[in-house]
Design a protein around this ligand. Structure first.
Ligand code: AMP
Ligand code: ZN
Ligand code: FE
Ligand code: FE
Length: 291
């Protein structure tokens, strides 16, 4: 039986970062699949938004301008999603340019590390990958597959690119506070993406992290996500309710490069409805009134 498709998918990548579909293609695909709303949330860039919004208007599909920012968190991986951002905000663009430069520097470090491991890949080969936006580890993974060094993308991460792996390189990241402040100043709201990647599995570990983020302006928790177990989903929903945070959900769709969930699938069941978007939008408006 085909997996149910949700009304909303608030976590979607395009060719502006490491997705394989252009923003217009993603919007058309969402329309075909019967979704009502998607948010475009590329890594560290808003380059895909204008095209996505335009296609959304054309097809009558709601597209929320978003972004996904990697932030500093020693104990695990923390990504913050920004929604309803003014993607023309000069300050936002300036801050994103900083992390984009950090990515470019890291790419060179990864290439050096791969060379040290006897793998000869240069940047021009990475840019020939089917995506041309912000380059990230999935682009390297793709090149490793293409050149026959590994069987598949997963293998590339496990053997080389995972955090702490032999070809992994760190890059500068904003603190969660700085990233949330930038998103708020650009008129947006902030959501903690896929909380399981924080590696804070117990309530007494995760709760203080959420409390601190909330004190610094967190607006929501991405509760519905393909890799969250039923238990985790309940746990994150409980924390969102306890601290008056919005609940969101999405597939983290990257196109068909990765062995991952399809657009609109794999999270939330019937609970991931458009009501969540209405609530998120109400929070955005409340923040704007408060400014
Ligand atoms: P970067 O922002 O360059 O560090 O790359 C992060 C991207 O790599 C995210 O989109 C992840 O989904 C992807 N990623 C991280 N770990 C894995 C993995 N084990 N397999 C496939 N993709 C991964
Ligand atoms: Zn990605
Ligand atoms: Fe992420
Ligand atoms: Fe993502």
């Amino acid at each position: 039986m085909a997996a149910p498709v949700m009304e909303i998918d608030l976590h979607v990548h395009t060719t502006a970062s490491d997705g394989t579909m252009s923003p217009a293609e993603v919007v058309r695909y969402a329309k075909e699949k019967g979704l009502r709303t998607i948010a475009i949330t590329d890594h560290d860039t808003i380059e895909g938004i204008a095209e996505g919004l335009q296609e959304g208007r054309k097809l009558g599909l709601e597209v929320i301008p978003g972004v996904e920012v990697s932030v500093d968190f020693a104990k695990g991986t923390m990504h913050l999603l920004g929604y309803y951002i003014d993607y023309t905000s000069a300050e936002l663009l300036e801050k994103l340019a900083i992390v984009q430069r950090a990515r470019a520097e890291r790419n060179l470090k990864i290439i050096e590390k791969l060379r040290g491991l006897g793998i000869d890949i240069d940047l021009s080969e990475i840019k020939e990958a089917p995506e041309h936006g912000q380059i990230g580890r999935p682009h390297f993974a793709y090149a490793l597959v293409q050149k026959g060094y590994v069987q598949n993308i997963q293998d590339a991460f496990e053997r080389y690119l995972r955090k702490g792996g032999p070809a992994y390189a760190e890059k500068f990241k904003f603190s969660p506070q700085e990233a949330m402040s930038v998103i708020h100043k650009a008129g947006g709201v902030t959501v903690l993406a896929h909380p399981f990647t924080l590696n804070q599995l117990q309530l007494h570990d995760l709760e203080p992290v959420i409390v601190e983020l909330k004190e610094n302006g967190l607006d929501g928790i991405e509760t519905y996500y393909p890799e969250h177990s039923e238990g985790q989903t309940k746990f994150y929903r409980h924390l969102a309710q306890k601290y008056g945070l919005a609940i969101t959900g999405g597939s983290d769709f990257h196109g068909f490069n990765k062995d991952k969930e399809d657009l609109g699938e794999g999270y939330g069941n019937g609970e991931c409805s458009h009501t969540l978007v209405d609530e998120l939008q109400a929070r955005k408006e409340a923040r704007l009134r408060g400014l």
